[in-house]
Design a protein around this ligand. Structure first.
Ligand code: SAM
Length: 605
């Protein structure tokens, strides 16, 4: 637990301070920045280069903010910084705000970190700062679990910063230092405030050459080190200059944006006359993270994607009540299976900013209408207009849009890939296919078990009574609060049906679910008939885990997001961008392995 002692943050759990009480800022600069010679190393980077810092304990983020500030002051504008850190006991928003308020010189960076901090989820978090030049990957889990998931030889400099080794030995043990070594390459440096003998010896045993140097303030000594590997560094990360993206739905727009933000010239190719014209074209979509207490790989992915989607939307589509509302979302325990799932989740501890278990009375107060069931409340849930998300993502000077262009073949060229269709051929160094089940038309993806899933939503006229609904309600179906006198309710789900006609039977199904699970809302709607509807065809695969990653050298895909594209498209795009540029991925390796398309394609073939 974080306590305040003499105006400084102190951990009662570990009996130690978060940073030096003399001057945390100067100590950080001395120990971690100078200890790793970052001023010099940032200055010699080139445009397109990336530098990766790994840290063992994030704490208040002071080290991160100092490194970010130095990077902006010294690195060339086209270089980027990856900062990877772990934190098993994240502090709450108020404590973080109070701790960072101690450093007025870092006020701008602190404000940005605080905005992302409220989107934190258990597990891995990926946030962007400084217009994308600084990428944070924060694993909110035990250091011993997180570090071995890093790519080998991926870190250039380490900040070893747990509490004092005697009080917090699990941050300094052999397994952790072995994972630090595994993620290091020839020339990777480390710095730590401690000069404890057994830590130094463990670092030596792990392959670091270490030396004692003067510490900061009253601390006589600290430790610096350099990794000596038997094999040389894995080589400079090389960022491609150009990429083509096939498919202008959420998945494709997100990939185009992630690549463009890294300075890659992107051609975004869409067969229809506008972006988001297929499954991503519903008038409103809901931000709905559904997972169970077992937290299988799909659930872990969904949770990470939810946190990422909220932070991404904050950057591209801030809440405006017109294109996006953060009205909160209720998952109602309205069926036996939902009651069971929610009951199990209720036995676990969740950060209240993420989810809260509520009874029917509390649910009613949150919803603005009487609820017959309690459930789970997601305060940051809400709705967005997916077409607007796509439009904002695609609006980037490095993205060239090519509409009305159906790609029928993808072929390898001497320098990369060529996408061909009627009357056009577009070349780029890298290619990403994000065209849902249409990907099957391309030879490279023909064997994938992609399934079309038809889904119809219903637009219902609001009444004075239904207008009281304040939050998104979900059970087997969902209904969003009224906007311009209309609710959106959905959605049906029909596998292997790719027809897009709007059907009366599907409207009836959507309404029947409201009447069964949200009777007060159903009554408030007064039996009015749907004003309109829309059927979209989403793409899914058995097991529902999307296909994200490299398929052949330089050819990637982001496919099969099913009904979750609003959540998962952005995180999938980060995975692809990281793989393409050789930078830190936003998820642990075990999840990347499950998302990887290649093993699943081989199984099919
Ligand atoms: N770098 C921090 C800063 O700039 O404020 C200070 C880090 S503080 C000295 C050490 C941090 O390590 C604490 O936030 C603590 O919660 C975290 N920690 C302790 N044991 C951990 C573990 N086993 N796994 C991950 N984090 C841990």
């Amino acid at each position: 637990m974080l306590e305040w002692k003499d105006g400084q943050p102190f951990s009662s759990r570990f009996g130690d301070v978060y940073f030096s009480t003399e001057s945390g800022l100067e100590e950080t600069r001395h120990v971690f920045l100078q200890g790793n010679e970052l001023t010099r190393r940032f200055a010699v980077l080139h445009d397109g280069d990336s530098f990766c810092i790994g840290e063992t304990g994030f704490g208040t983020g002071l080290n991160f903010l100092c490194a970010w500030q130095l990077f902006e002051q010294t690195a060339p504008p086209g270089a980027s910084l990856d900062f990877f850190s772990t934190e098993r006991f994240p502090i709450d928003d108020e404590d973080l705000r109070a701790a960072l308020a101690l450093w007025p010189a870092l006020a701008a960076q602190a404000e940005a970190l605080l905005a992302s901090w409220k989107r934190r989820v258990p597990g891995w978090n990926r946030w962007h700062f400084a217009d994308g030049r600084v990428r944070m990957t924060l694993a909110m889990e035990d250091v011993a679990q997180a570090l071995p998931q890093l790519q080998p030889a991926s870190v250039d400099a380490w900040f070893l910063d747990g509490f004092a080794p005697a009080r917090n030995p699990e941050m300094w043990n052999e397994a952790v230092l072995a994972a630090v070594a595994r993620a290091s390459h020839e020339g990777t440096t480390l710095a730590t405030y401690t000069s404890t003998g057994w830590v130094r010896r463990s670092l030596q045993a792990a392959g670091f050459e270490v030396k004692r140097v003067p510490g900061y303030g009253r601390k006589w000594e600290m430790t610096c080190g350099q990794f000596f590997a038997h094999s040389p560094a894995s080589g400079r990360r090389v960022m491609p200059r150009s990429a083509l993206v096939v498919g202008g739905g959420l998945a494709g727009c997100a990939v185009a944006n992630a690549l463009a933000q890294r300075g890659i010239q992107v051609t975004l190719i869409e067969s229809a006359a506008q972006l988001a014209s297929a499954a991503s074209g519903n008038p409103r979509g809901i931000l709905h993270a559904r997972f169970g207490a077992g937290m299988n790989t799909l659930h872990r992915f969904v949770l990470a994607a939810y946190g990422h989607a909220l932070a991404l939307l904050d950057a591209v589509l801030p809440v405006d009540g017109v294109h996006r509302a953060e009205c909160g979302l209720l998952q109602l325990a309205a069926t036996d299976s939902e009651a069971k799932r929610i009951g199990k989740l209720a036995t676990q501890e969740w950060p209240p900013h993420l989810l809260q278990v509520v009874d029917a009375e509390h649910a009613s107060a949150l919803a603005g209408l009487t609820m017959s069931h309690g459930g789970m409340w997601f305060p940051a849930g809400g709705w967005v207009v997916p077409t607007e998300v796509c439009a904002r993502l695609a609006q980037h000077p490095n993205i060239t849009l090519r509409l009305n262009s159906e790609v029928t073949t993808l072929e390898r060229t001497a320098n990369g890939w060529r996408a061909r269709g009627e009357g056009f051929a577009i070349e780029a160094q890298q290619a990403v296919v994000c065209s849902a089940h249409q990907a099957k038309q391309l030879a490279q993806f023909a064997a994938l078990p992609l399934q079309p899933v038809r889904g119809q939503i219903s637009v219902l006229p609001a009444t004075a009574a239904s207008g009281m609904l304040k939050a998104v309600l979900c059970a087997e179906g969902y209904c969003a609060p009224a906007l311009d006198g209309e609710h959106v309710a959905g959605a049906t789900s029909a596998f292997d049906d790719d027809a897009r006609d709007v059907r009366a039977a599907d409207h009836a199904e959507n309404i029947a679910r409201l009447s069964a699970h949200m009777p007060a809302l159903y009554q408030a709607l007064g039996g009015a008939m749907p004003l309109s509807g829309r059927a979209g065809v989403r793409c899914s695969v058995p097991g529902a885990m999307p296909l994200v990653g490299e398929v052949e050298p330089g050819l990637y895909c982001s496919l099969a997001h099913g009904t979750r594209g609003l959540l998962t498209a952005g995180l999938a795009a980060e995975i692809i961008a990281a793989q393409m540029c050789g930078t830190v991925p936003p998820l642990p390796q075990d999840l990347l392995d499950v998302l990887a398309p290649l093993p699943r394609m081989r199984r099919q073939g």
